[in-house]
Design a protein around this ligand. Structure first.
Ligand code: ZN
Length: 143
């Protein structure tokens, strides 16, 4: 059975990320500066290169890969919650190349912003904290 909590939409912040910044680190920094503990993230734009992860369900480890070329951020969707007492951004991206072919995965540090328009929506309600889940060994929400 799914375990769900209820939230109300709070304030939204919207802006442009800095050229050359690390995409994941920049969004995380914004959330920490704004003291956003629960939220929703979305972004579009472009990156000059990407580093993404795929969670291997057999070995229980992320396999990271890099794509060393300019790509469009077709979609970035993510959330903000708490891990180890701090705001943590968990985001997935779909990136497109010059032929419109898509790559995707778990956004990792090492993805470089070329241009990015980002929205963070604050969610008001119970704080969710991440802890290692026994079955998946992923840091999932303790509900
Ligand atoms: Zn993920």
């Amino acid at each position: 059975m799914a375990e769900m909590k209820k939230y109300r939409a709070g304030r939204m912040i919207m802006g442009r990320l800095e050229y050359g910044a690390d995409l994941l680190e920049e969004i995380t920094e914004i959330c920490r500066k704004e003291d956003i503990r629960m939220g929703r993230v979305e972004a579009i734009g472009a990156v000059s290169g990407a580093r993404l992860g795929f969670y291997n369900q057999d070995t229980h480890e992320y396999q990271f890969f890099t794509i060393d070329q300019p790509l469009e951020i077709l979609s970035l969707a993510g959330n903000v919650s708490i891990k180890d007492g701090e705001s943590m951004v968990h985001a997935h991206v779909v990136l497109g190349d010059k032929e419109g072919k898509a790559f995707g995965g778990h956004l990792a540090a090492g993805t470089t912003v070329f241009a990015c328009e980002c929205i963070v929506e604050v969610l008001e309600g119970p704080t969710l904290e991440r802890a290692i889940d026994e079955k998946t060994r992923l840091p999932l929400w303790k509900i």
